[in-house]
Design a protein around this ligand. Structure first.
Ligand code: FAD
Length: 403
């Protein structure tokens, strides 16, 4: 009997262990999952606001961020492999519902996927040890000792510090076997020192976004240039902001000056509208285009009386207002911490593993999911990577034991 231990009872460990046991027709493998919390799959329940956006129709390495060499993952991001992963989720019994490219369970409940996984873990007699944190880990003979018990294979699927009480000591332990890239919050709200930020608290607007680094306009990928921004009393949040957070955090850590510019009226002919309604006050006119908190802020910044009638305003003042509406700039000075982050960047360097997701210098030591130095944008990419990486490890282990 070969013994396998998974560190962490999250999505990647559960999916990987189920896929191993499903194909272990001769019952050669005994699996244990150790989980530090009182139950497994807790983070899964929080995903997609409880609805679990678990996959995307357009899985592509360009939608991921890593500071390691991602070419090691080429075989995983091959379309045939992605289809295989998706099919294996369907085979377990997950029915899907698509919202454009985003894929959710038909039930719209993360709980339904959690219950399905728990069903299979029981069916395949996979041992789950909850309230069991990794205390010790070392190489021993052809395998490893985990908390003093011997295993032939060990798979680290212990996620990241995002949204979690996390034991950072795990990185010190792993540092003896692989390189660790410094871990930072990712998909996280951003903090601004804009003078009037508190006045904008609660505003939600659909915007096009520009990023300026040291006053230079940075070209952004099509997927992250638009969306709904949510202003808060400390800064900005929302999916489009989360998706920009990796790039921005890197610039902030280099001490670069970061500014976001929001276009609130990208689809709107402002000058035509103004020429037809010159009899309105500037406040009433602008409030018919954007949120009144934005109007108040713009008029305050430009020192314009809100009762001024539009046709009495000089052209250069109208141009200043227009420029604010199409490029409303706020300085970004910081980002929120791990407890507000949906994911983390950094972790186990992809340069330390081979294309089987096994440590280059340590046979039978594998990594799946968010512990690896790769993070996707919002839209199901992170759960998808947890599934893709864990199916790959299950293929490798079954291949080794059965071929
Ligand atoms: C609020 C929120 C919403 C999200 N929404 C989405 C979404 O809609 N779509 C999407 O694709 N992604 C989403 N994500 C990201 C997604 O949840 C993660 O990428 C995914 O869960 C990673 O899976 P994993 O198996 O690698 O790690 P996890 O699911 O985090 O599991 C790791 C497990 O390991 C355990 N563990 C950690 N350290 C130890 C230790 N030392 N000893 C023992 N056990 C340990 C943890 O308790 C945890 O149970 C969201 C994340 C958050 C926080």
């Amino acid at each position: 009997m070969k013994k396998i231990c998974f560190i962490g009872g999250g999505v990647s460990s559960c999916f990987c262990s189920i896929n191993i046991k499903k194909r272990d027709i001769n019952n050669l493998i005994d699996i244990t999952i150790i989980e530090k919390d009182d139950s497994i799959l807790k983070k899964l329940l929080k995903t997609g606001n409880g609805q679990c956006n678990y996959f995307n129709k357009d899985i592509n390495i360009d939608n991921y961020f890593s500071s390691s060499n991602v070419s090691i993952l080429d075989n995983l991001f091959d379309n045939n492999y992605i289809n295989k992963v998706y099919s294996s989720l369907c085979e377990l019994g997950i029915c899907s519902y698509n919202k454009e490219d985003l894929i959710y369970p038909l039930s719209r409940q993360a709980k339904s996927i959690r219950d399905l996984f728990v069903y299979y873990l029981n069916k395949y007699n996979i041992n789950i040890e909850c309230n069991c944190i990794l205390k010790s880990f070392s190489k021993y003979l052809d395998g490893y000792l985990v908390n003093d018990k011997f295993y032939d294979f060990v798979i680290f699927g212990c996620g990241s510090p995002s949204y979690n009480r996390f034991d950072f000591n795990i990185y010190n332990v792993l540092n003896n076997y692989v390189d660790i890239i410094e871990v930072k919050p990712s998909l996280v709200p951003l903090v601004s020192d804009y003078k009037y930020i508190k006045n904008l608290d609660g505003v939600r607007e659909d915007v096009y976004i520009k990023l300026y680094v040291n006053n230079k306009d940075v070209k952004l990928d099509g997927k992250i240039v638009s969306g709904q921004v949510q202003f808060t009393d400390y800064g900005v949040s929302g999916i489009c902001i989360f998706n920009l957070s990796n790039i921005i955090i890197c610039e902030l850590l280099k001490n670069n000056n970061v500014v976001l510019g929001f276009n609130f009226i990208y689809d709107f002919d402002f000058y035509n509208y103004i020429s037809n309604h010159g009899d309105l006050s500037i406040y009433v006119l602008l409030c018919n285009i954007v949120n009144d908190k934005i109007v108040n802020t713009i008029l305050k910044e430009l020192n314009i009386n809100k009762d001024e009638v539009v046709c009495n305003l000089r052209t250069n003042i109208i141009d200043l207002i227009y420029n604010k509406l199409v490029d409303f700039r706020i300085n970004i000075t910081n980002y929120k911490s791990f407890d507000r982050a949906q994911a983390s960047s950094g972790g186990v360097s992809l340069n330390s593993i081979n294309n089987k997701l096994e440590a280059i210098n340590y046979k039978n030591l594998f990594f799946t999911g968010e512990i690896l130095d790769i993070v996707g944008i919002c839209g199901g990419y992170n759960l998808a990577f947890a599934f893709i990486s864990s199916l790959r490890v299950s293929d490798v282990i079954i291949g080794e034991l059965y071929d």
